[in-house]
Design a binder for this molecule. Structure first.
Ligand code: NOJ
Ligand code: CA
Length: 706
């Protein structure tokens, strides 16, 4: 692994200018295409306006706060001072979509103060990039605002100027695992999705959306709203005013408090972000979210190695085996199911089968779910505290032997901690649990938070849980453990600061195809995810299902893509841990397509988004670190398409052995998902090929240096 941080260039120009009360302040992006105007109106209300290519994309949008036991930050402010600066650095990702990241922006800091007593003050800081903006509130130390601050609501507005085509999920306080909807902004109706049967916990209190939420305008302007550096604060949903085309922050709350955020002065809020581009691919190539986070605080994290992994996982979701020792659970209704006929998946012999298979196939890890006692009480039990302990194995799982065997074969065991959202138990157990991992030399854990949060009344995305997730990452780092969280808080770029934050779920993953009662993830799901959820950070989607229909296990469920699209996902969906999720026997029966999974990289030097339209299709090329091999993946929604791939990104004078895996003649996600054509082709820098993608299809290309 490379040196975690190399600052190639830092230029800091600073100017401080005293302004009149009414003076307008402005900051433009380095290329001048994006301009933010800030001012206070005649009542002293702070607001901002954003222009992109001279067009107003965010019109007069007010900013402020309401507090418990203190007057609001609403109006009566004057601009005390403003200052601007330019920043330009290049830093390196220890693992990631690319090695070098350019962080170039212009900053405007506005210091605001109440015009009259008590003359409290706060700052608003804007960072304007070529591909978007971030702004946050800073509450500096002051005599008339001190101690604990209780925020009952943050009032950040995004007042839009067009009825954008919007790709959104409901503003659920407890889960992001919803299908994306594509509607006009004025037609967003999140409340219709309350109480989805397949969700173990869900709470949608308002007509709001979760972020990232992405919008496409009539002239091709692309906007995506999110947040960066979510630390010691509540997650932000965006309440939609469908009449006035306005989004307003709506922080996730708690049933246990009459405020949404508690902070001790002084403090800063997370960054509120807007990606703003004139095309879809630039959204994915943007580094806005990671750039708005602080540099690496952990130093050398080379103990974590990006890897592909297999595991005892899909077989439970299919109902072939169980997590618990002697029962099965019905995932489609999240209740206790048939208590007989259980076959425990995480037994020594089965795990060794995965180790053998992984060792043979260039796969670095094996995930083992259901290894520890407590799964009998996983679902349907109100009192879940104390049920899992993360050290006690079921009698048929010999952890010493499994780890020893893995080491012999060069395969890491990936730990699994399903907390069942019983957070106090997990917090108490963490030192013991991570120490056990350290003893075995395990560096990766998948955590899970299925169910309503305990303590009761808290939500997955509120401040209590934001702190729980962040504290878990910080504690894990002390034991050289990296976290892949399921049922997580949204990604906000904290992987830059804590690079042991490797991946997360935080969307409807592959598992829904195994048991959802609503038909699973439709073909358009991932062409939307690539331009929404993926803008926030790595996704543990768990691709690679070859047995698309799995009628042997579940007649009413299937994966809604072709097999070629499953291969493409290894390139399209980014994660430094990438699962080969299907059963070993399904891979062994299909060695030709499996060759791509064997070959594909998982840690990238460069990423290029070759083309794409939000919700329709996307093609991404990534160059592997160390080897310099390239991999290309393209996926489409339910429409068949012809896609041109131009290989202008290849190294000149380099020859490659090139294999394309594409939808076969008459392939179709439903009628004929397994039809795949695999062939060697000749390409070099500048070549162009045309690929036919089937309905719900895709293609993958490996370019191995000769
Ligand atoms: C839900 C997770 O998303 C899934 O991957 C896991 O297998 C189950 N919880 C059990 O922890
Ligand atoms: Ca899940």
């Amino acid at each position: 692994m490379k040196t975690p941080l190399i600052t190639l260039l830092i230029a800091l120009v600073f100017c401080s200018c005293q302004s009149e009360d009414t003076q307008k302040t402005e900051v433009a992006s380095p290329n001048k295409n994006l301009v933010v105007d800030f001012d206070v109106n005649t009542e002293g209300r702070p607001y901002y306006v954003v222009k992109f290519n001279n067009k107003t994309v965010v019109d007069t949008s007010y900013l402020g706060f309401e507090f418990k036991d203190a007057p609001a930050f609403h109006k009566n402010f004057i601009i005390k001072n403003t200052s601007s600066s330019t920043f330009n650095e290049t830093w390196q990702m220890p693992w990631g979509e690319q090695l070098d990241v350019v962080n170039h922006y212009n900053e405007l800091k506005v210091e605001l103060q109440e015009k009259t007593s008590p003359e409290r003050f706060f700052n608003i800081v804007f960072k304007v990039y070529d591909d978007g903006i971030g702004f946050r509130y800073e509450f500096p130390k002051q005599a008339r605002l001190k101690g604990d601050i209780f925020i009952t609501e943050e009032h950040t507005e995004f007042n839009l100027t067009e009825d954008y085509n919007t790709f959104w999920i409901p503003g659920d306080w407890d889960i992001y695992e919803h299908l994306y909807n594509t509607t006009a902004l004025s037609e967003i109706n999140a409340l219709q999705f309350a109480n989805h049967k397949n969700l173990a916990q869900t709470y949608i209190p308002e007509n709001a959306v979760n972020t990232p939420v992405t919008m496409v305008g009539a002239d091709g302007t692309h906007l995506s709203f999110h947040e960066a550096a979510l630390v010691d604060y509540s997650g932000m949903t965006l309440k939609v005013d469908t009449e006035n085309l306005n989004l307003k922050s709506n922080l996730v709350g708690s049933e246990n408090t009459d405020y949404k955020v508690k902070r001790t002065m002084p403090f800063n809020t997370p960054w509120r972000t807007i990606h703003i581009t004139d095309n879809a691919p630039d959204l994915i190539e943007s580094n806005l979210i990671v750039n708005l986070n602080e540099p690496n605080k952990l130093g050398d994290v080379s103990w974590f190695k990006p890897m592909k992994y297999t595991g005892v996982w899909w077989e439970m979701h299919l109902g072939k085996s169980s997590w618990d020792y002697g029962m099965t659970q019905d995932m489609s209704t999240w209740t206790d199911g048939d208590k007989s006929n259980g076959t425990h998946g995480a037994n020594t012999e089965n795990v060794k089968r995965f180790i053998d298979f992984s060792a043979k196939n260039n796969i670095g890890g094996v995930l083992v779910e259901g290894w520890n006692t407590g799964w009998e009480h996983w679902i349907g039990f109100e009192d879940r505290e104390g049920v899992f302990d993360f050290v006690t194995t079921y009698p048929d799982y010999d952890i010493d032997e499994v780890v020893r065997y893995g080491k012999e074969k060069g395969v890491d065991i990936i730990m699994h901690h399903e907390t069942s959202a019983a957070t106090e138990t997990y917090t108490k157990q963490q030192d013991t649990a991570f120490a056990l991992m350290q003893k075995y030399g395990m560096h990766t854990v998948k955590t899970g938070y299925v169910g309503k949060i305990l303590p009761k009344g808290e939500y997955h995305h509120g401040q209590y849980m934001v702190n729980h997730y962040n504290n878990t990452v910080i504690k894990a780092a002390k034991y050289e453990v990296a976290i892949n969280a399921h049922e997580p808080i949204k990604a906000t770029g904290l992987r830059r600061t804590y690079p042991n934050t490797i991946s997360r779920e935080g969307l409807r993953g592959q598992e829904f195809n195994a048991w959802a009662t609503d038909g699973g993830n439709p073909p358009e799901h991932l062409p939307i995810v690539a331009f929404t959820r993926m803008l926030s950070g790595p996704i543990d989607f768990t691709p690679g299902i070859f047995n698309i229909k799995f009628d042997e296990f579940k007649k009413d469920n299937q994966v809604n893509t072709t097999i070629a699209q499953q291969l493409a996902l290894y390139v399209v969906i980014y994660s430094p841990v990438q699962m080969a999720a299907d059963l070993v026997e399904h891979y062994e029966a299909n060695p030709e397509p499996f060759q791509f999974i064997k070959d594909v990289g998982v840690d990238w030097e460069t990423t290029k988004v070759l083309n794409g339209v939000v919700g329709d299709y996307v093609t991404i090329a990534r160059k592997e670190r160390e080897t310099g091999n390239w991999f290309v993946g393209g996926i489409t929604d339910e429409k068949a398409r012809d896609i041109d791939v131009v290989f202008d990104f290849l190294d000149a004078d380099q020859t490659y052995e090139v294999i394309i895996y594409k939808d076969g003649e008459n392939a179709h996600w439903d009628n004929n998902p397994l039809a795949i054509t695999i062939e060697k082709i000749e390409v070099s820098k500048g070549s162009k090929i045309n690929v036919k993608l089937a309905e719900g299809g895709g293609f993958a290309i490996s370019l191995i240096k000769k």
